[in-house]
Design a protein around this ligand. Structure first.
Ligand SMILES: [Fe+2]
Length: 169
């Protein structure tokens, strides 16, 4: 079961003990981000497996599973990051311009990833549903471009958010 921004399960920000509350919130956010990033990395592994299987060892069920998971997962992760994590990061950085610009760049990457995911989900669905004129070489190329970009985004984001969690990525 996923935890999303605004679903009421985020711990309250204000309690009688602000420092304990703040530490608790930070821990919860780091745990949620780690889980969401882990889910994205699992999806990247699945997409890489599909790319490696093309064209001879194509598994249509795998294509359909990945197609169905791509967009909902990205929507969930982006919503949490943009609604909860990024505002907390900007706040923690004292609204400094570099932090604002960093978040703007990450949000732009989210938009690009969402557009790419929609295109890829459609390609995987077509291949998964049966013989299709879609060029499997083109699909493999798209898959590799997508998961490579997503892995890079996750690594950059973890490094960027590390100060929020008081850790080094
Ligand atoms: Fe992100």
């Amino acid at each position: 079961m996923s935890m999303r921004a605004g679903d009421g399960r985020e711990p309250p920000l204000a309690t009688g003990d602000e420092s304990a509350s703040s530490l608790f919130c930070t821990g919860v956010r780091e745990t949620i981000l780690s889980r969401l990033h882990a889910e994205k990395l699992e999806l990247c592994d699945l997409l890489e497996e599909i790319a490696d299987s093309l064209p001879q060892a194509l598994n249509r069920d795998q294509c359909l599973a990945a197609s169905g998971r791509l967009e909902p997962l990205l929507r969930e992760v982006h919503a949490y990051e943009e609604d909860v994590l990024f505002p907390a990061y900007i706040h923690a950085q004292g609204n400094a311009q570099p932090a604002v610009e960093l978040v703007a760049r990450l949000k732009t990457e989210h938009i690009e990833d969402a557009d790419f995911a929609a295109e890829l989900a459609e390609g995987l669905r077509r291949v998964g549903q049966g013989p299709d004129a879609l060029n499997v070489d083109a699909l493999a190329y798209m898959l590799r471009g997508f998961f490579a970009g997503l892995r890079r985004h996750i690594a950059n984001e973890r490094e960027a958010m590390a100060p929020l969690f008081g850790t080094k990525s």
